[in-house]
Each structure stands twice: as C-alpha cells, then as structure tokens.
Design a protein around this ligand. Structure first.
Ligand SMILES: C=C1C[C@]23C[C@@]1(O)CC[C@H]2[C@@]12CC[C@H](O)[C@@](C)(C(=O)O1)[C@H]2[C@@H]3C(=O)O
Ligand SMILES: O=C(O)CCC(=O)C(=O)O
Ligand SMILES: [Fe+2]
Length: 326
C-alpha cells in the first residue's frame, strides 16, 4: 500500500511503499500558544483540513473514564446491545453505516441529541461532561480560526456551536480486530469507508490503535499516528462552504487492525437546522463570487442522508450543479 512519510531535510511529504508507515507531517497545534495557534490552524485548514491539538484542557480522567464506560457497553452481549438499536437517529449500530447500504468492520453508538442514556448512568454522566468539554474546545478553535482569518466578530463561527439549538452528533466507534480479512484485497479491509464529515468541525479522540487515514492534497492516503492524549480536528463540509473553498473538508477513512481493537469518540459540531449556510461576507475579496448555492443546514443534512458514504455531497451545491437532490 502506498504510504507517505516526510524527510527532515525537506519537511515535505515523500511517497514510500512500506506498509504501516505513519505520516509525520500532521500539523500539531499547541493551544497553550494562541498567538501561534491562530495562524497555524488556518494554514492546516487550508493545506490538509486536518490537524492535531495538544494542551487542549480536556482532562484525561474524563477521556479515559468515558473510554472505559464505552468499552463496558461494547463488551456486553449482542442481544443486550441490540436493545439499543437501530441507530436512527440515536442508538446502537453494527456493520451497517447510514441508511444507504454502506458497511464497515465496526459497531457504534450514535447520539443525535443531548440525551446519552444507555444501561449505565456513569456513561451518560461522563458523555454529557465530555461533549460539553469538546464543544467548548470546538468554540475555542473556531475563534482562533476567525482571528487567524482576521474576520470579526471572533464569534462568527463559534456562535453556531454555542447556540442552544446547535445540531450536534456524538459518535462512539468500536473496530474489533479483523484477523482474517473477508477479502485479501486491502481496500476491502475497511473499518469506516472514505468520506468527508458534513458538519462544521469534527473533534476526534481514539485509543492507541492505528487505523485513521486522511487523503492528502496529492490524493494519497496517509496513516495518522495515534495519540490517545490529543484531539484530531477535521474541517467539515460546512466550513469549506463558509470559507468559500479556502478550507478543505478532509476526506478520511479507517482501516482495520489484525490484532488490536480500536475505539474512537467523535463530536460533530453543527449549527441549528435553520442556519443559512453561505460564505462569510467578511472573508470575501471584492468581486469574489460564492462557489456554492445558499442552503440551510437542514437541506444539507437531508441531502447527506440520501447519499452513500463516499459521495461528494458538496458537489450537489456547487454553482452550476442542477442535481435533483438540491
Ligand atoms: C452513509 C451515511 C452515514 C452518515 C449518513 C450517510 O448517509 C452519509 C454521511 C455519514 C456521516 C459521516 C460522518 C458522521 O459519522 C455521520 C454521523 C454524519 O453526520 O454523516 C455519518 C452518518 C451516519 O452514520 O448516520
Ligand atoms: O473512527 C475514526 O477515527 C473516524 C470515524 C469517522 O470518520 C466518523 O465516525 O465519521
Ligand atoms: Fe468521519
């Protein structure tokens, strides 16, 4: 499989052909240094649509406590877990992803509201605290984005996550070890197929098992080195539109692991359903035209659920597109 590494001499990604080599070029943003962070975040969002944050302020006890509780859920019998399915819009899912025939080597819990009830009260309490903490982190990051882009007010993006009607999803994924691939073709050893996330921003944390890959600007897949103490941030589709294409909604996927199980916890930050989405006026250069038709988050979300995971949903909203979904 083609992987990517970087050399110290050039600091530019090079193609190599060894298996399981990590990409060493993921931007790392230290939130303890906000003056540097605002510019580095903008650069990372333009170049990769992806970066890692350290010194994020979310306590480790909360993160590992929720991971333990999550594994407590996934370790239950299939018949116990099935009591919480289907994941529509909230609940337990296994092997199928979304309503349109996508599959993966995965089981998961989806929460489409602030009600995180399962069999465990501790889980619900920790999930509530965790989502509050990562939403706050998302607001901080979006404010640094506004500062880095030199647009006012600095709450122009973060206000959408702060809104009491903010439409967020919280997802806990468990990828069991996949010892014998169902098909020897590595492309079929997929935990979560390639896609972009539809919201504004996704904030992900996983355990120490590798698996996440991002698609680089040159179209190659790069393996993200796991780091259970940090958060990985994705630019999502709405942020690409609101920056009129300056930021890239990152294509990503998860490959399976033969030996170890992987668990990830992802907060997807979205605006209220009625929010109208178009490029930020304060960012547009004189004479610059929007690349997209204006739409509401409700319209985009409805379109998302009519598509397959790997579809390019944003293309339906490009000016010039007359797609029937729009
Ligand atoms: C196949 C699908 C699953 C998904 C809804 C969709 O029709 C297309 C987008 C998918 C996605 C990807 C990011 C998030 O994991 C997710 C919750 C989302 O908002 O969009 C999933 C959806 C899902 O699993 O329901
Ligand atoms: O498990 C992961 O790290 C990523 C999963 C993902 O992309 C998603 O849930 O949308
Ligand atoms: Fe995703």
């Amino acid at each position: 499989m083609v992987m990517v590494s970087s050399t110290q001499s050039q600091n530019k990604p090079l193609l190599t052909c060894s298996k399981c080599e990590y990409f060493t070029g993921i931007p790392v943003i230290d939130l303890a240094c906000p003056d540097d962070a605002k510019n580095l975040i903008v650069k990372a969002c333009q170049e990769y649509g992806f970066f890692k944050v350290i010194n994020h302020g979310v306590p480790l006890w909360l993160v590992s406590g929720l991971e333990d509780e999550t594994m407590g859920f996934f370790n239950m019998s299939q018949s116990e877990k099935r009591k919480y399915s289907p994941p529509n819009p909230s609940g337990y899912g296994s092997k199928t992803i979304g309503p349109n025939g996508d599959v993966g080597w995965i089981e998961y819990l989806l929460f489409a509201s602030n009600d995180f009830s399962t069999n465990s009260k501790t889980f619900s309490l920790l999930a509530k605290k965790y989502v509050e903490a990562v939403r706050k982190l998302g607001c901080e990051i979006l404010e640094l984005v506004a500062e880095g882009l030199k647009i006012q007010p600095k709450s122009v993006l973060s206000r959408m996550l702060r809104d009491e009607k903010a439409d967020t999803v919280f997802r806990l994924n468990h990828y069991p070890p996949c010892p014998d691939p169902p098909n020897p073709n590595p492309d079929n050893r997929v935990g979560f197929g390639e896609h972009t996330d539809p919201h504004l921003i996704s904030i992900a944390r996983s355990n120490t098992t590798p698996g996440l890959q991002i698609c680089l600007p040159n179209g190659t897949w790069a393996s993200v080195p796991p780091d259970h103490t940090s958060f990985f941030i994705n630019v999502d589709d709405l942020l690409q539109v609101m920056t009129n294409g300056r930021f890239k909604s990152v294509k990503h996927r998860v490959v399976t692991n033969k030996m170890k199980s992987r668990v990830s916890m992802i907060y997807f930050g979205g605006p209220p359903l009625t929010e109208k989405i178009s490029p930020l006026g304060s960012l547009m250069e004189p004479g610059e035209e929007s690349l997209y038709h204006e739409f509401t988050w409700f319209e985009y979300k409805s379109c998302t659920y009519k598509t397959r995971l790997g579809d390019d949903r944003l293309s339906f909203f490009h000016k010039g597109s007359h797609h029937p979904l729009v």
